[in-house]
Ligand binder design. Structure first.
Ligand code: TXA
Ligand code: MG
Length: 340
């Protein structure tokens, strides 16, 4: 298949690129589009055959359900069969935005979206491009991150092109995603809210909105399981979010030694703020902002850049701990293949 690339001019339903992309969605095709978290790979959520194409293009196991994106909370509500008070509270506090709610699936939503399960994950994005595309399509859009299964999420149209060219119908290029990391996934079906995947909205913010503590903060899969979560986010397995290079987290004090130890290959290093280390042909240093939002906004882009450069090993200076760093710590554990 020939993938079409279109630049978004103005993030509105009258923009020609968005108009064209909406038509592709309505006709059952796949469109990669920017959201405020990462790029999504979208299809008409109400069409079983269109959603199946997402699984095929990503090489995604049929057991891993997909988030449905709606233009507004009332449209998201129509996709679920129960809307508990916690859902309303969290929707008021964080929608439109980087929070995904897992709720009981309404009859009209094809089972393939939920990998056959009884729940559906819903989110109202804030990115004007995502919103305009959903509105222009006139249907809810099922969209996982626009990357091959188990790989690092795409935060630019170029990342999408590198890994999905020829496999999808259209890429809407709107520049980089602002947030740079995925939404927080919260399950509301089991009585107590459970964070299935830490993301851009921190556990502390969610607890502040709900006024109660939530399970699964930051340790996601294993913690959610201990909290009695039988059907934790199936996409949270080991080796998710992995770059092609080997990834190692190292303390600042050990950076020089570790760089020397790996120097037979091409070493990429992701550092927190300034560091007194030299660049060379076989060593590339990227410095990320030392605050969690700034770090998250550029972390995936840094992994993509080092993979593209041909790094054999990526050394990541150990980021701080603390709830606003949960998503980063979680993705680092997974990228290293340490699912726990
Ligand atoms: O920020 C995001 O969430 C991006 C943008 C495009 O919205 N989407 C995204 O989708 O990251 P994906 O498919 O890459 O990750 C969604 C996560 C997976 O871990 C999946 O297993 C989980 O959410 N999930 C989806 N539906 C679920 C459900 N019904 N129950 C439990 N977990 C679910
Ligand atoms: Mg993903």
């Amino acid at each position: 298949m020939l993938t079409e690339y279109l630049m978004v001019g103005e993030a509105s339903t009258s923009d020609p690129a968005i108009h064209r992309a909406a038509r592709v969605i309505r006709e059952g095709g796949l469109v990669a589009f920017r959201t405020e978290t990462v790029y999504g790979l979208g299809a008409n959520a109400l069409s079983e055959s269109a959603v199946r194409k997402i699984f095929a293009a990503k090489g995604r196991p049929a057991t891993n359900p997909i988030i449905v994106h709606a233009a507004e909370a009332s449209k998201a509500k129509a996709l679920v069969s129960e809307w508990p008070p916690e859902a309303q509270t969290l929707a008021n506090a964080f929608w439109p935005g980087a929070l995904t709610l897992v709720l009981a699936r309404a009859g009209g939503v094809p089972a393939v979206v939920s990998a056959g399960g009884p729940t559906v994950a819903v989110r109202v994005p804030s990115d004007p491009v995502a919103r305009a595309l959903i509105e222009a399509s006139g249907v809810p859009i099922a969209a996982p991150s626009a990357n091959p299964s188990n790989r690092v999420s795409a935060t630019t149209a170029e990342h999408v092109r590198r890994h999905l060219d020829g496999k999808i119908d259209l890429v809407l290029d709107a520049g980089p995603s602002a947030g740079g990391m995925e939404s927080t996934v919260v399950r509301l079906t089991g009585g107590v809210p459970v964070i299935l995947r830490p993301g851009l909205v921190s556990a502390a913010e969610i607890e502040a909105a709900l006024g109660v503590s939530v399970a699964g903060c930051g340790i996601s899969e294993s913690a959610a399981r201990r909290a009695g979560d039988a059907d934790e986010s199936p996409g949270m397995g080991r080796l998710h979010y992995a770059p092609q290079a080997r990834l190692l987290v190292v303390d600042e004090s050990a950076l020089r030694t570790e760089i020397a130890r790996h120097s037979l290959g091409r070493v990429g290093a992701i550092l927190l703020g300034p560091a007194d280390l030299p660049d060379s042909d076989s060593l590339r240093l990227l410095r990320l902002p030392a605050d969690s939002s700034g770090y998250m906004s550029s972390f995936y882009a840094a992994l993509h850049e080092l993979d593209e450069w041909g790094a054999s090993d990526i050394l990541v200076e150990r980021p701080p701990v603390g709830r606003e760093w949960d998503a980063v710590q979680d993705r680092l554990r997974r990228a290293m293949g340490d699912g726990n």
